[in-house]
Design a protein around this ligand. Structure first.
Ligand code: B12
Ligand code: SF4
Length: 441
Protein backbone atom coordinates (compact mmCIF):
# COMPACT_ATOMS: atom_id res chain seq x y z
CA UNK A 1 0.00 0.00 0.00
CA UNK A 2 1.44 3.38 -0.99
CA UNK A 3 1.68 6.02 1.75
CA UNK A 4 0.50 9.43 0.64
CA UNK A 5 3.38 11.82 1.18
CA UNK A 6 3.31 15.41 0.02
CA UNK A 7 6.93 16.50 -0.02
CA UNK A 8 8.73 19.83 0.27
CA UNK A 9 12.51 19.78 -0.24
CA UNK A 10 14.45 22.73 1.11
CA UNK A 11 17.92 23.96 0.31
CA UNK A 12 18.94 26.45 3.01
CA UNK A 13 20.45 29.70 1.85
CA UNK A 14 23.95 30.83 2.78
CA UNK A 15 25.80 33.85 1.52
CA UNK A 16 27.68 33.21 -1.69
CA UNK A 17 29.20 35.78 -4.00
CA UNK A 18 30.78 33.15 -6.20
CA UNK A 19 27.81 31.19 -7.52
CA UNK A 20 24.10 30.58 -7.56
CA UNK A 21 23.43 27.20 -9.13
CA UNK A 22 20.76 24.54 -9.22
CA UNK A 23 20.35 22.28 -6.13
CA UNK A 24 21.29 19.13 -8.04
CA UNK A 25 21.04 16.84 -5.00
CA UNK A 26 17.44 17.88 -4.35
CA UNK A 27 16.63 17.67 -8.05
CA UNK A 28 17.55 13.99 -7.83
CA UNK A 29 15.13 13.60 -4.92
CA UNK A 30 12.46 15.44 -6.91
CA UNK A 31 13.15 13.09 -9.82
CA UNK A 32 12.53 10.14 -7.54
CA UNK A 33 9.28 11.68 -6.29
CA UNK A 34 8.23 12.24 -9.92
CA UNK A 35 8.87 8.55 -10.70
CA UNK A 36 6.80 7.53 -7.67
CA UNK A 37 4.05 10.05 -8.50
CA UNK A 38 4.52 11.77 -5.15
CA UNK A 39 3.63 15.49 -5.15
CA UNK A 40 6.91 17.26 -4.49
CA UNK A 41 8.31 20.79 -4.70
CA UNK A 42 11.72 22.35 -4.07
CA UNK A 43 12.12 25.51 -2.04
CA UNK A 44 15.55 26.71 -3.07
CA UNK A 45 16.16 29.48 -0.57
CA UNK A 46 19.06 30.71 -2.70
CA UNK A 47 16.53 32.20 -5.07
CA UNK A 48 14.91 34.42 -2.44
CA UNK A 49 16.05 37.15 -0.08
CA UNK A 50 16.93 36.39 3.53
CA UNK A 51 13.86 38.21 4.79
CA UNK A 52 10.71 36.20 5.54
CA UNK A 53 12.41 32.82 5.07
CA UNK A 54 10.28 31.06 7.65
CA UNK A 55 7.07 32.69 6.50
CA UNK A 56 7.79 31.61 2.91
CA UNK A 57 8.29 28.02 4.07
CA UNK A 58 5.07 28.05 6.08
CA UNK A 59 3.06 29.46 3.19
CA UNK A 60 4.13 26.60 0.93
CA UNK A 61 3.54 24.00 3.63
CA UNK A 62 0.00 25.24 4.20
CA UNK A 63 -0.90 25.89 0.59
CA UNK A 64 0.40 22.53 -0.66
CA UNK A 65 -0.67 20.51 2.41
CA UNK A 66 2.89 19.28 2.91
CA UNK A 67 3.35 16.23 5.12
CA UNK A 68 7.07 15.57 4.63
CA UNK A 69 9.88 18.14 4.69
CA UNK A 70 13.38 17.19 3.51
CA UNK A 71 16.29 19.51 4.27
CA UNK A 72 19.67 19.32 2.55
CA UNK A 73 22.58 19.93 4.92
CA UNK A 74 26.07 21.26 4.33
CA UNK A 75 28.53 21.89 7.16
CA UNK A 76 27.66 25.58 7.14
CA UNK A 77 23.89 25.12 7.43
CA UNK A 78 23.64 22.63 10.34
CA UNK A 79 22.61 25.14 13.00
CA UNK A 80 20.11 26.79 10.69
CA UNK A 81 18.54 23.42 9.91
CA UNK A 82 18.23 22.49 13.56
CA UNK A 83 16.62 25.84 14.35
CA UNK A 84 14.20 25.59 11.45
CA UNK A 85 13.30 22.01 12.40
CA UNK A 86 12.46 23.24 15.89
CA UNK A 87 10.26 26.04 14.57
CA UNK A 88 8.55 23.81 12.02
CA UNK A 89 7.89 21.04 14.52
CA UNK A 90 6.37 23.50 16.94
CA UNK A 91 4.04 24.90 14.32
CA UNK A 92 3.28 21.68 12.42
CA UNK A 93 3.77 18.73 14.82
CA UNK A 94 2.27 16.27 12.32
CA UNK A 95 4.89 16.91 9.61
CA UNK A 96 7.79 14.46 9.17
CA UNK A 97 11.13 16.23 9.05
CA UNK A 98 14.05 14.49 7.37
CA UNK A 99 17.62 15.73 6.99
CA UNK A 100 20.00 14.48 4.30
CA UNK A 101 22.82 15.84 2.13
CA UNK A 102 26.61 15.91 2.33
CA UNK A 103 26.89 16.87 6.00
CA UNK A 104 24.35 14.25 7.08
CA UNK A 105 26.19 11.58 5.12
CA UNK A 106 29.06 11.40 7.63
CA UNK A 107 27.89 13.31 10.67
CA UNK A 108 24.34 12.00 10.93
CA UNK A 109 24.43 11.83 14.71
CA UNK A 110 24.67 15.62 14.89
CA UNK A 111 21.04 15.76 13.73
CA UNK A 112 19.65 13.55 16.48
CA UNK A 113 17.41 16.21 18.01
CA UNK A 114 13.85 16.15 19.35
CA UNK A 115 12.49 18.00 16.32
CA UNK A 116 14.05 15.97 13.50
CA UNK A 117 12.33 12.68 12.73
CA UNK A 118 14.68 11.05 10.24
CA UNK A 119 18.28 11.42 9.16
CA UNK A 120 19.38 10.03 5.81
CA UNK A 121 23.00 9.02 5.26
CA UNK A 122 22.79 6.09 2.87
CA UNK A 123 24.80 5.94 -0.35
CA UNK A 124 22.28 6.62 -3.09
CA UNK A 125 18.54 6.97 -2.83
CA UNK A 126 17.26 3.39 -2.69
CA UNK A 127 16.31 3.57 1.00
CA UNK A 128 14.44 6.83 0.42
CA UNK A 129 12.55 5.22 -2.44
CA UNK A 130 11.55 2.35 -0.17
CA UNK A 131 10.44 4.77 2.56
CA UNK A 132 8.38 6.88 0.18
CA UNK A 133 6.80 3.71 -1.16
CA UNK A 134 6.13 1.96 2.12
CA UNK A 135 5.93 4.50 4.91
CA UNK A 136 7.54 5.25 8.20
CA UNK A 137 6.75 2.43 10.58
CA UNK A 138 9.74 1.74 12.84
CA UNK A 139 9.50 -1.91 11.92
CA UNK A 140 9.95 -1.04 8.24
CA UNK A 141 12.66 1.57 8.88
CA UNK A 142 14.71 -0.94 10.86
CA UNK A 143 15.26 -2.93 7.68
CA UNK A 144 16.39 0.08 5.63
CA UNK A 145 20.04 0.98 5.08
CA UNK A 146 21.58 4.29 6.11
CA UNK A 147 18.69 5.88 7.99
CA UNK A 148 18.27 6.99 11.57
CA UNK A 149 14.88 7.32 13.19
CA UNK A 150 13.28 7.41 16.62
CA UNK A 151 11.53 4.55 18.30
CA UNK A 152 9.95 5.17 21.70
CA UNK A 153 11.94 8.40 21.88
CA UNK A 154 15.27 6.66 21.27
CA UNK A 155 17.38 7.14 18.13
CA UNK A 156 18.13 4.05 16.09
CA UNK A 157 20.76 4.22 13.33
CA UNK A 158 20.88 1.46 10.72
CA UNK A 159 23.98 0.32 8.90
CA UNK A 160 24.91 2.11 5.70
CA UNK A 161 24.33 0.32 2.38
CA UNK A 162 26.97 -0.54 -0.21
CA UNK A 163 28.66 2.24 -2.20
CA UNK A 164 26.73 3.17 -5.34
CA UNK A 165 27.97 3.66 -8.89
CA UNK A 166 24.91 5.33 -10.39
CA UNK A 167 21.66 7.14 -9.71
CA UNK A 168 18.33 5.32 -9.58
CA UNK A 169 16.55 8.23 -11.22
CA UNK A 170 17.07 11.22 -13.48
CA UNK A 171 17.08 14.67 -11.88
CA UNK A 172 13.98 16.81 -12.20
CA UNK A 173 15.58 19.95 -13.65
CA UNK A 174 12.58 22.24 -13.31
CA UNK A 175 14.32 24.22 -10.56
CA UNK A 176 17.29 24.85 -12.86
CA UNK A 177 15.11 26.25 -15.65
CA UNK A 178 12.71 28.11 -13.36
CA UNK A 179 15.49 30.14 -11.75
CA UNK A 180 17.74 30.43 -14.75
CA UNK A 181 17.80 34.21 -14.61
CA UNK A 182 19.51 34.06 -11.16
CA UNK A 183 21.96 31.34 -12.17
CA UNK A 184 25.65 32.35 -12.36
CA UNK A 185 29.23 31.52 -11.59
CA UNK A 186 31.17 34.70 -10.89
CA UNK A 187 32.07 36.26 -14.26
CA UNK A 188 31.62 32.93 -16.06
CA UNK A 189 27.93 32.79 -16.86
CA UNK A 190 25.15 30.30 -16.37
CA UNK A 191 25.98 26.68 -15.65
CA UNK A 192 24.09 23.41 -15.26
CA UNK A 193 25.60 20.71 -13.04
CA UNK A 194 26.16 17.04 -13.79
CA UNK A 195 27.84 14.28 -11.84
CA UNK A 196 29.53 11.21 -13.29
CA UNK A 197 31.34 9.64 -10.32
CA UNK A 198 31.19 9.28 -6.57
CA UNK A 199 33.89 10.06 -4.02
CA UNK A 200 37.57 10.42 -4.92
CA UNK A 201 40.38 7.88 -5.27
CA UNK A 202 42.84 10.14 -3.40
CA UNK A 203 43.01 10.88 0.29
CA UNK A 204 43.97 14.47 1.07
CA UNK A 205 43.77 14.97 4.81
CA UNK A 206 41.54 18.07 4.77
CA UNK A 207 39.06 16.62 2.29
CA UNK A 208 35.54 15.52 3.02
CA UNK A 209 34.73 14.38 -0.54
CA UNK A 210 37.03 11.38 -0.35
CA UNK A 211 35.04 10.00 2.59
CA UNK A 212 31.73 10.09 0.72
CA UNK A 213 30.16 6.96 -0.81
CA UNK A 214 31.77 5.02 2.08
CA UNK A 215 35.15 6.21 0.82
CA UNK A 216 34.86 4.21 -2.41
CA UNK A 217 35.48 5.89 -5.75
CA UNK A 218 33.02 4.65 -8.36
CA UNK A 219 32.05 5.79 -11.85
CA UNK A 220 28.71 6.10 -13.58
CA UNK A 221 28.09 4.56 -16.95
CA UNK A 222 29.62 7.08 -19.34
CA UNK A 223 26.92 6.81 -22.04
CA UNK A 224 24.12 7.47 -19.53
CA UNK A 225 26.04 10.48 -18.33
CA UNK A 226 26.52 11.81 -21.86
CA UNK A 227 22.79 11.25 -22.58
CA UNK A 228 22.05 13.45 -19.56
CA UNK A 229 24.40 16.15 -20.79
CA UNK A 230 22.90 16.03 -24.27
CA UNK A 231 19.44 16.69 -22.85
CA UNK A 232 20.52 19.77 -20.89
CA UNK A 233 19.36 23.01 -22.45
CA UNK A 234 22.29 25.04 -21.12
CA UNK A 235 25.49 25.37 -23.11
CA UNK A 236 27.75 25.49 -20.06
CA UNK A 237 28.11 22.42 -17.87
CA UNK A 238 30.05 22.02 -14.65
CA UNK A 239 30.95 18.38 -14.15
CA UNK A 240 31.05 18.36 -10.36
CA UNK A 241 32.98 15.08 -9.96
CA UNK A 242 35.63 15.48 -7.32
CA UNK A 243 38.27 14.64 -9.89
CA UNK A 244 36.92 14.08 -13.40
CA UNK A 245 40.35 13.95 -15.03
CA UNK A 246 41.47 10.77 -13.32
CA UNK A 247 41.31 7.91 -15.79
CA UNK A 248 42.86 9.07 -19.06
CA UNK A 249 41.01 6.47 -21.13
CA UNK A 250 37.66 7.46 -19.63
CA UNK A 251 38.35 11.14 -20.38
CA UNK A 252 39.33 10.18 -23.91
CA UNK A 253 36.13 8.14 -24.39
CA UNK A 254 34.07 11.03 -23.01
CA UNK A 255 35.65 13.55 -25.37
CA UNK A 256 35.38 11.27 -28.40
CA UNK A 257 31.71 10.57 -27.73
CA UNK A 258 30.97 14.28 -27.25
CA UNK A 259 32.60 14.97 -30.60
CA UNK A 260 30.93 12.01 -32.30
CA UNK A 261 27.49 13.19 -31.19
CA UNK A 262 28.29 16.76 -32.21
CA UNK A 263 27.53 18.09 -28.71
CA UNK A 264 28.74 21.66 -28.44
CA UNK A 265 29.10 22.69 -24.81
CA UNK A 266 31.53 24.58 -22.63
CA UNK A 267 32.69 22.16 -19.92
CA UNK A 268 34.21 22.88 -16.55
CA UNK A 269 35.64 20.08 -14.37
CA UNK A 270 38.07 19.35 -11.57
CA UNK A 271 41.47 17.85 -12.15
CA UNK A 272 44.48 17.26 -9.96
CA UNK A 273 47.75 18.99 -10.82
CA UNK A 274 49.68 15.72 -11.12
CA UNK A 275 47.27 14.44 -13.80
CA UNK A 276 47.65 17.62 -15.84
CA UNK A 277 51.38 17.60 -15.36
CA UNK A 278 51.76 13.97 -16.45
CA UNK A 279 49.13 13.82 -19.21
CA UNK A 280 49.46 16.90 -21.41
CA UNK A 281 48.66 14.70 -24.43
CA UNK A 282 44.96 14.50 -23.51
CA UNK A 283 44.47 18.27 -23.36
CA UNK A 284 44.15 19.09 -27.10
CA UNK A 285 41.31 16.53 -27.32
CA UNK A 286 39.73 17.94 -24.15
CA UNK A 287 39.82 21.42 -25.68
CA UNK A 288 38.28 20.12 -28.90
CA UNK A 289 35.47 18.48 -26.91
CA UNK A 290 34.68 21.77 -25.18
CA UNK A 291 36.69 21.87 -21.94
CA UNK A 292 37.41 25.53 -21.28
CA UNK A 293 37.64 25.64 -17.48
CA UNK A 294 39.61 23.23 -15.33
CA UNK A 295 39.52 23.71 -11.58
CA UNK A 296 42.76 22.57 -10.01
CA UNK A 297 43.22 22.25 -6.27
CA UNK A 298 46.79 23.54 -6.29
CA UNK A 299 46.26 24.24 -2.57
CA UNK A 300 49.80 25.41 -1.80
CA UNK A 301 53.09 26.29 -3.47
CA UNK A 302 55.54 24.58 -1.13
CA UNK A 303 56.23 20.86 -1.10
CA UNK A 304 56.17 20.84 2.70
CA UNK A 305 52.62 22.17 2.90
CA UNK A 306 51.46 19.86 0.11
CA UNK A 307 52.93 16.92 2.06
CA UNK A 308 51.24 18.11 5.23
CA UNK A 309 47.90 17.97 3.37
CA UNK A 310 48.81 14.49 2.04
CA UNK A 311 48.11 15.95 -1.40
CA UNK A 312 50.61 13.67 -3.18
CA UNK A 313 51.47 16.45 -5.61
CA UNK A 314 54.43 18.82 -5.74
CA UNK A 315 55.16 22.46 -6.48
CA UNK A 316 56.56 21.30 -9.82
CA UNK A 317 53.32 19.45 -10.64
CA UNK A 318 51.47 22.69 -9.97
CA UNK A 319 53.72 24.71 -12.27
CA UNK A 320 53.55 22.09 -15.05
CA UNK A 321 49.77 21.82 -14.75
CA UNK A 322 49.36 25.58 -15.18
CA UNK A 323 51.73 25.58 -18.17
CA UNK A 324 50.07 22.62 -19.90
CA UNK A 325 46.59 24.11 -19.54
CA UNK A 326 47.77 27.49 -20.81
CA UNK A 327 49.43 25.91 -23.85
CA UNK A 328 46.10 24.25 -24.70
CA UNK A 329 43.99 27.39 -24.24
CA UNK A 330 42.17 25.93 -21.24
CA UNK A 331 41.69 28.23 -18.26
CA UNK A 332 43.30 27.05 -15.04
CA UNK A 333 41.05 27.97 -12.13
CA UNK A 334 43.59 27.64 -9.35
CA UNK A 335 42.26 26.83 -5.90
CA UNK A 336 44.53 27.77 -3.01
CA UNK A 337 44.14 27.22 0.70
CA UNK A 338 45.73 29.40 3.38
CA UNK A 339 46.82 27.33 6.32
CA UNK A 340 46.52 28.77 9.83
CA UNK A 341 50.32 28.53 9.96
CA UNK A 342 50.72 30.91 6.99
CA UNK A 343 53.35 33.59 7.44
CA UNK A 344 53.45 37.09 5.92
CA UNK A 345 56.05 35.72 3.53
CA UNK A 346 53.63 32.93 2.48
CA UNK A 347 51.02 35.51 1.45
CA UNK A 348 53.69 37.46 -0.48
CA UNK A 349 55.13 34.33 -2.08
CA UNK A 350 51.73 33.16 -3.27
CA UNK A 351 51.06 36.51 -4.95
CA UNK A 352 54.48 36.27 -6.61
CA UNK A 353 53.71 32.70 -7.75
CA UNK A 354 50.42 33.82 -9.27
CA UNK A 355 52.16 36.60 -11.21
CA UNK A 356 55.13 34.49 -12.29
CA UNK A 357 52.88 31.74 -13.59
CA UNK A 358 50.48 34.13 -15.26
CA UNK A 359 47.48 32.82 -13.35
CA UNK A 360 44.35 34.88 -13.81
CA UNK A 361 41.51 32.84 -12.28
CA UNK A 362 42.26 32.17 -8.63
CA UNK A 363 40.14 31.12 -5.65
CA UNK A 364 41.39 31.41 -2.08
CA UNK A 365 40.04 29.43 0.84
CA UNK A 366 41.01 29.20 4.49
CA UNK A 367 41.95 25.76 5.79
CA UNK A 368 38.87 24.34 7.53
CA UNK A 369 39.00 20.89 9.13
CA UNK A 370 35.50 19.70 8.23
CA UNK A 371 34.07 17.21 10.67
CA UNK A 372 34.44 13.79 9.05
CA UNK A 373 37.78 14.57 7.38
CA UNK A 374 41.09 13.23 8.72
CA UNK A 375 42.13 16.79 9.51
CA UNK A 376 39.22 17.19 11.91
CA UNK A 377 40.54 14.42 14.15
CA UNK A 378 43.98 15.96 14.04
CA UNK A 379 42.85 19.46 14.92
CA UNK A 380 39.71 18.93 16.96
CA UNK A 381 41.35 20.08 20.20
CA UNK A 382 42.63 23.29 18.64
CA UNK A 383 39.38 24.44 17.00
CA UNK A 384 37.99 27.87 17.89
CA UNK A 385 34.71 29.46 16.89
CA UNK A 386 33.79 26.23 15.11
CA UNK A 387 30.21 27.32 14.57
CA UNK A 388 28.35 25.99 11.61
CA UNK A 389 27.73 29.28 9.76
CA UNK A 390 31.49 29.92 9.84
CA UNK A 391 32.34 26.67 8.03
CA UNK A 392 32.25 28.12 4.54
CA UNK A 393 35.98 28.12 3.87
CA UNK A 394 36.28 31.88 4.32
CA UNK A 395 36.53 31.98 8.13
CA UNK A 396 39.28 31.04 10.55
CA UNK A 397 38.57 28.07 12.78
CA UNK A 398 42.15 27.65 14.00
CA UNK A 399 44.17 30.39 15.63
CA UNK A 400 46.85 31.67 13.22
CA UNK A 401 50.29 30.89 14.57
CA UNK A 402 52.25 33.61 12.82
CA UNK A 403 50.06 36.69 13.08
CA UNK A 404 46.88 37.88 14.75
CA UNK A 405 43.52 36.73 13.39
CA UNK A 406 42.83 40.32 12.37
CA UNK A 407 46.00 40.56 10.32
CA UNK A 408 45.39 37.12 8.80
CA UNK A 409 41.94 38.17 7.62
CA UNK A 410 43.30 41.50 6.39
CA UNK A 411 45.89 39.67 4.30
CA UNK A 412 43.26 37.21 3.10
CA UNK A 413 41.07 40.06 1.80
CA UNK A 414 44.10 41.92 0.50
CA UNK A 415 45.15 39.10 -1.81
CA UNK A 416 41.63 39.18 -3.29
CA UNK A 417 42.00 42.91 -3.86
CA UNK A 418 45.37 42.26 -5.50
CA UNK A 419 44.08 39.60 -7.91
CA UNK A 420 40.36 40.04 -8.63
CA UNK A 421 40.37 43.46 -10.34
CA UNK A 422 42.38 41.92 -13.19
CA UNK A 423 39.81 39.13 -13.64
CA UNK A 424 37.05 41.75 -13.79
CA UNK A 425 38.90 43.96 -16.29
CA UNK A 426 39.88 41.02 -18.51
CA UNK A 427 36.28 39.79 -18.43
CA UNK A 428 35.06 43.25 -19.47
CA UNK A 429 37.50 43.23 -22.38
CA UNK A 430 36.45 39.70 -23.33
CA UNK A 431 39.96 38.30 -22.88
CA UNK A 432 39.55 36.38 -19.62
CA UNK A 433 39.67 33.08 -21.52
CA UNK A 434 42.67 34.02 -23.61
CA UNK A 435 45.25 31.99 -21.72
CA UNK A 436 48.18 33.43 -23.68
CA UNK A 437 47.55 37.02 -22.61
CA UNK A 438 49.45 38.32 -19.63
CA UNK A 439 48.30 41.92 -19.30
CA UNK A 440 45.23 43.70 -18.00
CA UNK A 441 43.25 43.87 -21.23
C1 B12 B 1 29.26 22.20 -6.77
C2 B12 B 1 29.64 22.36 -5.33
C3 B12 B 1 29.52 23.63 -4.76
C4 B12 B 1 29.02 24.85 -5.50
C5 B12 B 1 27.53 25.05 -5.27
C6 B12 B 1 26.70 24.08 -5.99
C7 B12 B 1 25.28 24.50 -6.02
N1 B12 B 1 24.43 23.63 -6.36
O1 B12 B 1 24.94 25.62 -5.74
C8 B12 B 1 29.75 25.98 -4.78
C9 B12 B 1 31.11 26.18 -5.42
C10 B12 B 1 29.05 27.32 -4.75
C11 B12 B 1 29.94 25.34 -3.43
C12 B12 B 1 30.12 26.05 -2.31
C13 B12 B 1 30.39 25.48 -1.10
N2 B12 B 1 30.52 24.18 -0.82
CO1 B12 B 1 30.34 22.82 -2.12
N3 B12 B 1 30.45 21.44 -3.33
C14 B12 B 1 30.10 21.27 -4.56
C15 B12 B 1 30.37 19.84 -5.05
C16 B12 B 1 31.65 19.85 -5.88
C17 B12 B 1 29.27 19.17 -5.84
C18 B12 B 1 27.89 19.26 -5.19
C19 B12 B 1 26.88 18.53 -6.04
O2 B12 B 1 26.26 19.10 -6.90
N4 B12 B 1 26.77 17.23 -5.85
C20 B12 B 1 25.91 16.38 -6.63
C21 B12 B 1 24.62 16.02 -5.90
C22 B12 B 1 23.84 15.03 -6.74
O3 B12 B 1 24.97 15.41 -4.68
P1 B12 B 1 24.48 15.94 -3.26
O4 B12 B 1 24.17 17.37 -3.30
O5 B12 B 1 25.43 15.45 -2.25
O6 B12 B 1 23.07 15.17 -3.06
C23 B12 B 1 22.97 13.78 -2.92
C24 B12 B 1 22.95 13.31 -1.48
O7 B12 B 1 23.71 14.13 -0.61
C25 B12 B 1 21.51 13.25 -1.11
N5 B12 B 1 20.86 14.44 -0.55
C26 B12 B 1 21.13 15.73 -0.72
N6 B12 B 1 20.25 16.50 -0.04
C27 B12 B 1 19.39 15.67 0.57
C28 B12 B 1 18.28 15.92 1.37
C29 B12 B 1 17.52 14.84 1.85
C30 B12 B 1 16.34 15.12 2.70
C31 B12 B 1 17.90 13.51 1.52
C32 B12 B 1 17.11 12.37 2.01
C33 B12 B 1 19.02 13.26 0.73
C34 B12 B 1 19.75 14.35 0.25
O8 B12 B 1 20.86 12.93 -2.31
C35 B12 B 1 21.58 13.43 -3.44
C36 B12 B 1 21.57 12.38 -4.52
O9 B12 B 1 22.19 11.19 -4.10
C37 B12 B 1 30.54 19.08 -3.70
C38 B12 B 1 31.48 17.90 -3.76
C39 B12 B 1 30.77 16.59 -3.53
N7 B12 B 1 31.52 15.54 -3.57
O10 B12 B 1 29.58 16.51 -3.32
C40 B12 B 1 31.03 20.18 -2.77
C41 B12 B 1 30.64 20.14 -1.28
C42 B12 B 1 29.22 19.69 -1.17
N8 B12 B 1 30.74 21.52 -0.85
C43 B12 B 1 31.13 21.59 0.34
C44 B12 B 1 31.22 22.79 1.06
C45 B12 B 1 31.69 22.69 2.49
C46 B12 B 1 30.91 24.00 0.47
C47 B12 B 1 30.96 25.32 1.17
C48 B12 B 1 29.91 25.36 2.28
C49 B12 B 1 32.35 25.65 1.68
C50 B12 B 1 33.47 25.43 0.73
N9 B12 B 1 34.55 26.07 1.01
O11 B12 B 1 33.47 24.73 -0.24
C51 B12 B 1 30.69 26.33 0.05
C52 B12 B 1 29.80 27.41 0.41
C53 B12 B 1 30.64 28.70 0.38
C54 B12 B 1 29.84 29.87 0.12
N10 B12 B 1 29.52 30.60 1.14
O12 B12 B 1 29.50 30.09 -1.01
C55 B12 B 1 31.48 20.25 0.94
C56 B12 B 1 30.44 19.75 1.93
C57 B12 B 1 31.10 19.22 3.18
C58 B12 B 1 30.13 19.24 4.30
N11 B12 B 1 30.47 18.53 5.33
O13 B12 B 1 29.15 19.91 4.27
C59 B12 B 1 31.63 19.40 -0.32
C60 B12 B 1 31.35 17.94 -0.11
C61 B12 B 1 33.07 19.59 -0.88
C62 B12 B 1 34.11 19.75 0.16
N12 B12 B 1 34.62 20.96 0.30
O14 B12 B 1 34.49 18.83 0.83
N13 B12 B 1 29.91 24.01 -3.52
S1 SF4 C 1 41.19 17.33 -2.33
FE1 SF4 C 1 40.63 16.62 -4.38
S2 SF4 C 1 42.14 15.05 -4.87
FE2 SF4 C 1 42.25 15.35 -2.65
S3 SF4 C 1 40.89 13.78 -1.83
FE3 SF4 C 1 39.69 15.66 -2.06
S4 SF4 C 1 38.69 15.55 -4.06
FE4 SF4 C 1 40.35 14.02 -3.98
Amino acid sequence: MRTKFRVLLIRPKYSSLVANLEPLGLEYLAGLARDLKIPCGILDEFQYPYAFRFRRMCEIIEKKHISFVGLSANANTVDYIKRRARELKKKYPHITIMVGGPEAEMNYRDFFTDDIDLVYYDNGLTSLKQIWENGLSPQFLRGRKGVAFKEAGKWIATEKGEPVCGFITKPDRRTLYRYLKNNFIFLKGKFALAKASFSCPFNCSFCYCTKMNSGKYTERNLMDFIDEIEELKLDKIWIVDDTFFFDKERVRSFCNEILRRGIKKHFMAYSRADFLSENPGILPLAYKAGFRDIMVGLEAISDDTLDEYNKQTSRNDNINAIRNLRKNNIVCNALFVFNYTSTREDFRKLLRFIKENNLLWVVFGIFTPYKGSDAYNEYRNKLRHFRSWRLDGTHLTLKPTNMSSLEFMFRYYLIHAQTYPKIVVRSLFGTAYDTKKTGWI
